[in-house]
Design a protein around this ligand. Sequence first.
Ligand SMILES: C[S@@+](CC[C@H](N)C(=O)[O-])C[C@H]1O[C@@H](n2cnc3c(N)ncnc32)[C@H](O)[C@@H]1O
Length: 321
Amino acid sequence: MIPSEPYRISQEMLFEMLDLPLPSKSEMAGLHVATNYNLCFKRPDARQRDDILKSVIEKIDADTQIVGSPERIDVWEKGWLESLSLYRQNRNLPSNGDALIPKFIRPNQAVRLNGDFAIPLVEHFESKMVAAIREIVFSHYFAEVSEFHEFGAGTGHNLLDYCKRFPEVKCFGSDFVESSVQLVREIATDFRLQLSASLFDMVRPDDSYTIGTNAGVFTFGSIEQLAGSFHRFIEFLISRKPSICVHIEPAIELYDATQLYDWLAVKFQSKRGYTSGFLPFLQQLDHEQKIQLIQVKRLGFGSLMMEGYNLIAWRPISKLL
Ligand SMILES: C[S@@+](CC[C@H](N)C(=O)[O-])C[C@H]1O[C@@H](n2cnc3c(N)ncnc32)[C@H](O)[C@@H]1O
């Protein structure tokens, strides 16, 4: 029987979206996922859906952003500087972590969910979904690591979440702009975290950056920003032999462009120039037995314009010398 509207996303649905095994009841009780967020939505009626499609097409037409262009460095620097000053203003408030939710996660607009648009019935639906997905991914993939590295960490909201959950793990955040590094450093001090931050350009990886044994590597929407120049970063990771690398990133290859709904996302992603070819590159490395591709899962969830949240996990294969 199809449940009637409004729909609510359950814990089980989230695990199914991620194609990860449901944990035991006691482990589940330790997670905030879904229940705490009341993730309710409805489907648009025919007229509303037409309006959404029209607005998507208008946004694609009007969009001028070019991912990875030189002026984007300045845009990120200024964007995270704004977040830094907002964070400082809210430093002593219990809600200070809210200042870290990046502005590109739009608070109250239609989202993409399971093959169609959805109209959220709770505030901040997208960022709540992101928090729920991240929580499951962290507890599945990064519960046993000794170090945790996020590259392209932005405001550091993922790092803060990870450090609170796993306070015994040494954490490292990096980004290619100073304002992000400063923000992560201040969070580390304020929340007394085992977290350090550094400048790191994923397009030109710094050979002096070290990754210790049994490390986990995480990216969330930063490979997408490299406009396809991710090869050196992946080679750098393979050389550092982390235990696990997990990416939550868009992947143009996972859409079915014969469907209008997907085709619009493909059009938007290609117009902006978000990274493409990342997944085929990993598949090729897997074929060459340089890495083991562990998981590729299209979540079917995204913002209005594209699905930025696919789950990709792999590990380097250590060759015996
Ligand atoms: C979409 S944001 C994601 C930020 C964060 N991971 C999150 O989940 O909110 C992309 C991030 O990638 C960073 N970035 C863009 N190009 C980069 C590069 N070449 N090297 C390192 N970071 C980069 C930006 O500064 C920004 O923080």
